[in-house]
Each structure stands twice: as structure tokens, then as C-alpha cells.
Design a protein around this ligand. Structure first.
Ligand SMILES: *Cc1c(COP(=O)(O)O)cnc(C)c1O
Length: 434
């Protein structure tokens, strides 16, 4: 067996490039020193990081296992076959493509497989939680296709399935997209399937955010309902940064061709290997326990924030994320202010538009919080109550006043104490929080 010279080697990095070595260690410190609540982030495992830091990064492997455009692919073929087989087993899928470089690249391939430029695409409105790739004007999806947005109901803040059906009947979309980046509730895949059948559209579920909850059996799977499911592997699923596509057997060829050669060149084989590792980890009872803890923690956090005077959009969450409406706070705090204040207190989250938001997107009336990373660290529902109270204190501390500044410093101390009880990456090298 070859020795393990390739392993992630900080000493070598420090000798060659001390500046980047410092970035890597400082970022590890940052992740450990604060509360990571960005709903699309997680802390991937040391095993996945080892695959990512390997010489698989060197290998060109355009094509698919057994049919490559380059020699020397026997070893990387094994990695991709393992990723595909594990992915199929994990999701009960007929076909899986693991080559997409990212969620957005996976989505580009889905459009390429099923639509022509100019085709109408029915997808969730961006300000109501849809993703850039669901028809934003600044994105290829909005430039090359004709997006028709559907919305959430103003009262319930749940997807308005009647509107989805009405729009589908009127516009006859080629593709109907279910899935979002800031929607806290379960999506009724059966309802979407019925509408898609009525108008003979492709049903595409963009499960980028919640595929990890599906893998962990914490929420229902879209796979039996959808023609195609796209996803990322780095959000709740906790794998390497990357994308994947799951589809029915009848669409396998179209999807594979749309990924390569239509929209990508050589796959990132170190990332493909990392995906195989992540699928293996996600198929364990431990990951199922993790996924249900993620939803329990998000529910606890959402409830505790409500107790602090911040309203949860739609009244709560069924997933890993909650969307919080700050408009009830007095004095008023915008989403942008809340994000900045929390950042000063080492609480990392993002401002977010709420449905029918009166504020412009760069200001926003809400914040989005996710429980995936803290749950990886071992945080439980009682901890989420503490996290909510720290968020509430940070959000209402105005840093332009002396009292606000003192309060933010006090929150930093309390955050430091809390993360020390359940640190991120407890076994890795580094300085640790100051
Ligand atoms: C995150 C996300 C994507 C894009 O993933 P990237 O890896 O950032 O390109 C696509 N769709 C949805 C719904 C997402 O939440």
C-alpha cells in the first residue's frame, strides 16, 4: 500500500504558503468560535475532507465509468461507481448522476435535459423562497427561459397550490419546479405531481436544501413523485461541496448527456469520492438520528425565537430552517441590521426577505436560521433555547451606542462559553477559539 503522504498536511501548507495556511487555520477557528446558523451550511466530516484533499483531484475523467475519454481511470471509476450505487440505494432511485460541480450546475443540466430556450417554467417566486436558478433575471434561468412565478398564500404563508394549478393550466409550462431556498415547511409532492400530470409537464424537485433530511428519513422523499430531483451534497447532507441529480430510468441518458458533455467538462473526482463517503455516512442509523435531531432542533429554535418576540413565518418549521419575521420588534430592526449585529456577536446567520416583504431585498424584514451545523456539533433542543436568547440579545443591541456595544461583547463571551461545551471538529489541529 502506498504511504499516506497525500493526507491533508498542514505542515506542508505552512512551509509552502504561510498566508493561505493562516487563512485555513483562521477559518477553522472562526467556525469553532461562533454559532453557525446559515441554513445552507454544515460541518462535513474529517473523512470527507480527507477525500477532498486527495490526489484524486489530479485525474481527468471526462465521460462516465467504463466510457472515459482518458486512460488511467480504473481507480476513479471505482469511486464514481461507489457514489452512484450508494446514491441509488440511499434514495431508492433508478438513476443517479454525481458529476455536477454544484447545485446550480445540476440545475443547468436539468434545464438542458428537459427544456428549450424560451420554454415556460413554473417555479417558486424568488422573494417567496425560490432560488436564483428558478428564473432570476440575472441568472441564465431567467434569461434563457420564461419563468412564471408562483407564491405562498398571504395568510398561511404556505405554497398556494390552487395558484400553482391555475398558472399551470394557463401557461402550460414545460417544467414545474418544486423546491426552494427559504421555505420552512414540507412540500406536497403528490399535489405537484397531480398538477404536472394534468398539463403534461416535467416535475422537477430542487431538493438542494433538504435532501439530507430525505436521506436521514426525517421528511418524506420526493423521489417517488418527481421525474427528476436535483440536489447539493454539502447542505444538510453534510458531504463535499457539489451537486447531484436523481431521475427516473427513462431520463437517465438525457440527464447524463446534459451534465457531460453539454454543460461540464471533466468531473471533480476528489469531490465525487467525497460524495461516495457522504452517502455511506448518510445511510447509517447515526445519520438518521442526526436528521431527526436537525428538525427537532429547528422547531425548538423557531419556538424559542417566537418566545423572544420574533414571529416564525408560517408559524414554525418542519425542516432544518426557520424564516423569522423581525417586524414585531420595538425598536425596529431590519434583517440587514440583525445580520450585522449577530455577526459582531459571532452568531452567523443571514438576512432574508419574508413573503410580501415591504422592505427592499438588501435590507429585508427577516432572518433565516438553520440547525444543520449546530446539530452536527451535538447541540440539542435545550441548547437551542440558549441560542435563541443569544440571538435575541444580539439583534436588539445597537452597536452605535455604548450599551449596545457592551451587550454585544457580553454576548460574545456567552457564545464562547456555549460553543466550548460542544466544539466543532474537536479532534482537528488548530489554535481553537481565542
Ligand atoms: C443552494 C441551492 C442551489 C445551488 O447550489 P450551489 O451549490 O450553491 O450552486 C440550488 N437550488 C436551491 C433550492 C438551493 O437552495
Amino acid at each position: 500500500m502506498t504511504d499516506k503522504f497525500w493526507g491533508p498536511d498542514f505542515d506542508e501548507l505552512e512551509r509552502t504558503d504561510p498566508e493561505i495556511a493562516d487563512v485555513v487555520l483562521s477559518e477553522l477557528d472562526r467556525q469553532r468560535a461562533g454559532l453557525q446558523l446559515i441554513a445552507s451550511e454544515n460541518l462535513t466530516s474529517p473523512a470527507v475532507l480527507a477525500a477532498l484533499g486527495s490526489t484524486l483531484s489530479n485525474k481527468y475523467a471526462e465521460g462516465y465509468p467504463g466510457h472515459r475519454y482518458y486512460g488511467g481511470c480504473a481507480e476513479v471509476d471505482r469511486a464514481e461507481n461507489l457514489a452512484v450505487e450508494r446514491g441509488k440505494a440511499l434514495f431508492g432511485a433508478e438513476h443517479v448522476n454525481v458529476q455536477s460541480h454544484s447545485g446550480a450546475s445540476a440545475n443547468l443540466a436539468v434545464y438542458a435535459a428537459f427544456a428549450q430556450p424560451g420554454d415556460p417554467i413554473l417555479a417558486m417566486s424568488l422573494p417567496h423562497g425560490g432560488h436564483l436558478t428558478h428564473g432570476a433575471r440575472v441568472n441564465f434561468s431567467g434569461k434563457w427561459f420564461s419563468p412564471i412565478p408562483y407564491h405562498v398564500d398571504k395568510k398561511t404563508e404556505l405554497i398556494d397550490y390552487d395558484e400553482v394549478r391555475d398558472l399551470a393550466l394557463t401557461h402550460r409550462p414545460r417544467i414545474i419546479v418544486a423546491g426552494a431556498t427559504a421555505y420552512p415547511r414540507l412540500i406536497d409532492f403528490a399535489a405537484f405531481r397531480k398538477i404536472a400530470d394534468e398539463v403534461d409537464a416535467i416535475l422537477w424537485v430542487d431538493a438542494a436544501h433538504f435532501i439530507g433530511l430525505v436521506a436521514g428519513k426525517a421528511i418524506p422523499s420526493p423521489v417517488p413523485y418527481a421525474d427528476v430531483v436535483s440536489a447539493t451534497t454539502h447542505k444538510v447532507l453534510r458531504g463535499p461541496r457539489g451537486g447531484m441529480i436523481i431521475c427516473r430510468g427513462e431520463h437517465a441518458k438525457a440527464i447524463d448527456k446534459a451534465v457531460f458533455p453539454f454543460s461540464q467538462g471533466g468531473p471533480l473526482m476528489h469531490s465525487v469520492a467525497g460524495k461516495a463517503v457522504a452517502f455511506k455516512e448518510a445511510s447509517t442509523p447515526a445519520f438518521q438520528a442526526y436528521a431527526s435531531a436537525v428538525t427537532a432542533n429547528a422547531a425548538a429554535l423557531s419556538k424559542a425565537l417566537e418566545a423572544e418576540g420574533m414571529r416564525a413565518v408560517s408559524g414554525g418549521t418542519d425542516t432544518h430552517l426557520a424564516l423569522i419575521d423581525l417586524r414585531g420588534l420595538d425598536p425596529a430592526v431590519s434583517g440587514a441590521d440583525a445580520e450585522r449585529r449577530c455577526d459582531l456577536a459571532r452568531i452567523t446567520l443571514n438576512k432574508n426577505a419574508i413573503p410580501y416583504d415591504p422592505a427592499p431585498p438588501m435590507v429585508a424584514s427577516g432572518i433565516r436560521v438553520g440547525s444543520a451545523a449546530l446539530t452536527t456539533q451535538g447541540f440539542d433542543e435545550a441548547d437551542m433555547g440558549r441560542v435563541a436568547s443569544l440571538i435575541a440579545r444580539a439583534v436588539s443591541a445597537d452597536p452605535s451606542t455604548a450599551t449596545g456595544e457592551r451587550e454585544l461583547a457580553a454576548v460574545v463571551d456567552d457564545v464562547t462559553q456555549l460553543v466550548a461545551t460542544k466544539p466543532a471538529y474537536p479532534r482537528m489541529a488548530g489554535e481553537g477559539p481565542q
